[in-house]
Design a protein around this ligand. Structure first.
Ligand SMILES: [Ca+2]
Ligand SMILES: [Ca+2]
Ligand SMILES: [Ca+2]
Ligand SMILES: [Ca+2]
Length: 508
């Protein structure tokens, strides 16, 4: 019991540090990620080198609606910036196993052969394949989700949006600025966002991530992607102005775009205020983010997610400031949009990931992307290289007509595309009205008549079938036969026909 209390005390210390260094995953003074990298040195910079290795995302109910949070937000939500919550609530099954096994490098070795998340793959096997050992939805049978990489030149070639706005922080200084970039809504359309998408999680290479729903949400902490934000007013006071009140001022009005504006002026932006992926501030490229010796990210470029305030307010004094006897003291309930303005974004994950897919390995999209001024969008977006099943009768796509005396040959081919290796149900089936459904079962090298359910041909990882493979050869009774070849994005034994081809032959 005493040992447990000591462990919890240690975690408490780590989490207090979290509240100081919000921007970095490798939280100052924390030993868990060094332990992991000592045990698995080649996994540095991979997606496993992240909070999500041991911490879970989560959901909480608000007015009958469930709000989903990523691992960083969930930890801060459950645990609080003040460390008042219970850290154990934020651990996934791998994190729990690590904790109860001693929370050191030997604990990682001790649980290497365990299957912490119960998905059928041992922890070391998953880690070798760069799959999360504490997330049963991620395993080595899944393939990286569809992705698109954008260069800065490509983003600049898209329709640009410029807006003047307040960046209101809780703890740092506030400022007004003019940001230019691409509306995130437009970027996602360009990437081919799917109708199934519900939101995005953005990542910075220091490990910070933040979730944004597509549509407006009543939770004041959630900034939405789509649509226009409310118009804002410009709030000016000499007491707030850092250029005038050198001791207690908290708002920087020094940007050229502030010139000529007066207190309570309406802020007018052509096309309104939007969530943008900014690449310019005051018309200039932004300073690229770098991780300092103190593990704090400085700089904001090359790309920053910039959400406007959902509710316009004046800039308020920093919550850290001793002197709150000012015109706009810190107000918890005011909109601190700058806290959700993720700096140096290199990854946008469109949620939820399509079935059978998993996260891309973020190693490639880390600091290298900052240097190369690139960003990757992946997840619930169009797959430009999907599996293509092909079924042919006598070498033709059909429909065709033959005589009862003619022998026919049915062949299937598959280009696995982006889903190469993904576990799947394979279906080779035929339908004719008098005899109902037939399934070709590869293991038996034979066709099986309708027995109340279709039988999968195979249940294995997708591979390229080329040259085509013959599944039927012979003569058929008169009738109209539809032959199907399909592969699913899962291997649950039920036919979904995610990718499907059909050929019809009429025998007379
Ligand atoms: Ca597992
Ligand atoms: Ca797993
Ligand atoms: Ca503020
Ligand atoms: Ca299936």
């Amino acid at each position: 019991m005493k040992k447990f209390a000591a462990i919890m005390g240690a975690i408490f210390m780590v989490m207090v540090t979290v509240s100081v260094v919000l921007s970095a995953y490798h939280h100052e003074g924390e030993n868990d990620s060094p332990n992991f990298l000592a045990q698995y040195p080649d996994k540095a910079g991979t997606k496993l080198d992240h909070c999500a290795l041991c911490h879970t995302g989560g959901k909480y109910e608000q007015k009958g609606k469930w709000v989903s949070l990523g691992s960083c937000q969930w930890c801060h939500y459950k645990y609080g910036y003040d460390g008042s919550g219970n850290i154990v609530d934020t651990l996934n099954t791998y994190g729990m196993d690590y904790l109860v096994s001693g929370r050191n490098q030997s604990a990682l070795a001790a649980i290497a052969d365990k299957d912490s998340d119960g998905d059928g793959y041992g922890n070391a096997v998953e880690i070798a394949a760069i799959r999360y050992p504490g997330n049963a939805n991620d395993d080595p049978s899944k393939v990286p989700a569809p992705s698109r990489v954008y260069t800065k030149a490509q983003l600049e070639a898209m329709s640009q949006h410029t807006q003047f706005m307040l960046m209101n922080t809780s703890r740092s200084g506030d400022f007004y600025a003019e940001y230019t970039g691409v509306p995130v809504e437009d970027l996602l359309k360009d990437a081919g966002i799917l109708g199934s998408a519900s939101g995005i999680t953005v990542f910075s290479p220091d490990g910070w991530s933040d979730y944004h729903p597509l549509e407006a949400d009543p939770d004041p902490e959630l900034y939405h992607v789509n649509g226009i934000y409310p118009e804002a007013l410009f709030y000016y006071d000499t007491e707030a102005d850092t250029a005038i009140n050198l001791t207690d001022g908290w708002c920087d009005y020094g940007a050229p775009s502030c010139a000529g504006r007066k207190h309570l002026d309406s802020i007018v932006n052509a096309n309104g205020l939007k969530m943008i992926l900014a690449f310019k501030r005051e018309g200039q490229n932004m300073e690229p983010g770098v991780l300092g010796d103190d593990n704090k990210l400085s700089g904001e470029g090359p790309f920053r997610i910039v959400p406007p305030q959902k509710v316009s307010s004046p800039p308020d004094q920093s919550s850290n400031a001793a002197n709150q006897d000012v015109i706009w003291p810190y107000d918890y309930d005011w909109d601190h949009n700058a806290g959700s303005a993720t700096r140096t974004v290199t990854i946008i994950r469109v949620e939820p990931l399509p079935e059978g897919t998993t996260d891309v390995d973020v190693l490639e999209a880390g600091w290298k992307y900052v240097d190369e001024e690139k960003i990757i969008v992946y997840g619930a977006i169009a797959d430009t290289n999907p599996p293509i099943p092909d079924i042919k009768i006598n070498g033709q796509d059909g429909p065709l007509t033959v005589s009862t005396g003619d022998s026919i040959s049915v062949t299937v081919g598959l280009a696995a595309g982006s889903r190469l290796g993904q576990n799947a149900d394979w279906w080779v089936v035929a339908y004719e009205s008098a005899t109902n459904w037939w399934s070709y079962v590869y293991a038996q090298q034979s066709w099986i008549g309708w027995s109340g359910a279709l039988q999968p041909c195979l249940q294995t990882g997708l591979f390229n079938v080329s040259p085509a493979f013959q599944v039927f050869s012979g003569r058929l009774w008169p009738g109209v036969y539809d032959f199907y070849f399909a592969v699913d994005s899962n291997s649950d034994g039920n036919p979904q026909g995610t990718w499907l081809d059909m050929a019809r032959v009429t025998v007379q």
